[in-house]
Design a protein around this ligand. Structure first.
Ligand code: FES
Length: 116
C-alpha cells in the first residue's frame, strides 16, 4: 500500500493509555483507535447492538466493553466478545509511519455508514 492510498487518522501520541481515541472521518464514519502494548488497532466506534460509542466504554486489554448493556468486542478482530453483541464491528488494517496512524483510503471510503 503506497502512502497516497492511505489517510492519516491521528498520531500515536494522541492515544491515551488504556483508552480508545475517537476519530471521525470526513464521510461521517466514526472510528476508535486503540493502543495495546505497542500495537495499534482501528475499529468502528459504533456498537453493533445499539447507538453507543465504544470510545465511551472501557478498554480491558484487548477487549472494549460498550458503555451500554455490558456487550463487548475483541479489539484486534472486531468480533463480539460478550452478549448481547453478536455482530462484529468493522476492523481496519493499520499502517504506521513517523508516529502517525494511517488506514486504507478505499477501506475508509467504502465502509458502510455507521448508524449512530
Ligand atoms: S449498545 Fe452496545 S451492548 Fe447494547
Amino acid at each position: 500500500m503506497t502512502k497516497s492510498e492511505t489517510i492519516r487518522i491521528c498520531s500515536i501520541l494522541d492515544i491515551p493509555d488504556d483508552e480508545p481515541l475517537a476519530v471521525e472521518l470526513k464521510n461521517g464514519n466514526k472510528l476508535a483507535v486503540y493502543r495495546i502494548d505497542d500495537e495499534y488497532f482501528v475499529t468502528s466506534n459504533v456498537c453493533t447492538h445499539g447507538n453507543a460509542l465504544l470510545s465511551e466504554g472501557w478498554q480491558e486489554g484487548d477487549v472494549i466493553e460498550c458503555p451500554f448493556h455490558g456487550g463487548a468486542f475483541f479489539i484486534k478482530t472486531g468480533e463480539p466478545a460478550e452478549y448481547p453483541c453478536v455482530k462484529a464491528i468493522k476492523s481496519y488494517a493499520v499502517t504506521i509511519e513517523d508516529d502517525s496512524i494511517f488506514i486504507s483510503l478505499s477501506e475508509a471510503e467504502n465502509a458502510e455508514p455507521d448508524s449512530f
